[in-house]
Design a protein around this ligand. Structure first.
Ligand code: YSA
Length: 347
């Protein structure tokens, strides 16, 4: 091996990076590389020398290319090794815990309720949270100056200045055309949906209406400004109070998976006659009001165009939050709406 060949090989072997190796390749075999120039100069050499020089140049070129390939492999392996070291995964390290989301306790209870009533043949229907005075009060036999309106402290909505403006139209999308009293409010109970359903359907039927209600009242452990009710309505020819009692107590027994102690007592709601309240035993001694109920008043049937002589129906409004409180043994309704994860993560 000539000293020149030795120098070139040494340089190639000592290259520390791909970049350095590339530079060397350029230096010897690039367009203006030293070996390339030898080939270019061949034509200027005397004929007798050409063959010998060409042979030597070819040998040198072959040597450089071989060494270049070899060194490239070495550098590639080293780079791979380094990156493996860097990206090494320690499979013995404890993993990061992924906390899955889950349903809100009230949603769970809601689904259970829907399931039970569905099995009893009830259809689940919905209605608007923004209601008008007609459905929330008037058509439920609670006209404007009726003292019973005080039972439902109401959040009234501001009227749009121009009812024909886009905001005005958008603010009362529900049946505003035909009603006499379109003042808007946040519904105080789910009972208005009774009317909406009856206007559009013929008996016999049985429905439940789960939904959010709003009341402008002071909060305490059992009252909040927003809460959920589940309305029930069954209308037909022979529906009677015994049916109401049977359905309510059957539902509660299935829901709590044991025989539940309940008490029926007279209650007053203008849209039923007779009216009653269902109380449930909190701890065997104290009683909690859970449901308002009764037989649908003839004026309600008249408001939806039914003939009250041919029909009877029962209805009830159940406090879903209170049911959830009893099931989960929670002593303050406001915990459901506080968004405190320490509370919510327990379900
Ligand atoms: C009565 C007769 C019917 O034919 C149909 C429905 C009704 C119920 C009626 N619409 C009503 O709202 N009655 S109520 O004011 O007594 O409320 C019914 C239930 O909702 C209560 O028993 C209670 O469980 C729950 N509730 C009422 N106000 C609440 C509340 N839950 C939490 N916070 C509040 N502020």
């Amino acid at each position: 091996m000539t000293p020149k060949e030795e120098t070139i090989l040494k340089e190639l072997r000592e290259a520390q990076s791909f970049k350095a190796l590339e530079e060397l390749y350029k230096k010897y075999l690039g367009k203006k590389g030293e070996i390339t120039l030898i080939f270019r100069e061949l034509k200027n050499l005397p004929k007798e020398k050409r063959a010998e020089i060409a042979q030597k140049a070819n040998a040198l070129k072959g040597l450089v290319e071989k060494e270049f390939k070899l060194k490239s492999e070495i550098l590639k392996k080293e780079a791979e090794k380094q990156s493996f070291e860097k990206e090494k995964i320690d499979i013995t390290l404890p993993g990061k815990k992924i906390i899955p989301g889950h349903l809100h306790p009230l949603t769970k209870i809601l689904r259970e309720i829907e399931e039970i009533f569905s099995q009893m043949g009830f259809e689940v229907v919905g209605g608007p949270e923004i209601e008008n005075e007609y459905y929330n009060f008037d058509a439920l036999n609670i006209p404007k100056e009726h003292p019973a309106r005080d039972m439902w402290d109401t959040f009234w909505l501001k009227e749009p200045k121009n009812p024909k403006s886009p905001e005005g139209v958008a603010s009362r999308p529900y049946g505003a055309g035909k009603i006499q009293n379109p003042r808007l409010l946040l519904r105080t109970h789910t009972s208005p949906v009774q009317l909406r359903y009856m206007e559009a359907h013929e008996p016999p039927f049985r429905i439940i209406v789960p939904g959010r209600c709003f009341r402008h009242e002071a909060t305490d452990a059992y009252h909040d400004v927003q809460f959920y009710q589940v309305e029930g309505l069954m209308v037909g020819k022979d529906v009677n109070l015994a049916n109401l009692k049977a359905i309510v107590s059957e539902f509660l027994d299935i829901f709590f998976k044991k025989k539940i102690k309940i008490r029926f007592q007279p209650g007053y709601f203008p849209f039923v006659e007779p009216g009653l309240e269902v109380l449930i035993s909190k701890d065997g001694r104290k009683w909690l009001e859970l449901i308002g109920a009764g037989m649908v008043h003839s004026n309600v049937f008249k408001a939806v165009g039914y003939n009250p002589r041919n029909l009877q129906g029962f209805a009830f409004g159940l406090g879903l939050d209170r049911l959830a409180m009893l099931k989960y043994k929670i002593n303050d309704i406001r915990l459901f709406y506080g968004g405190d994860l320490r509370f919510l993560e327990q379900f």
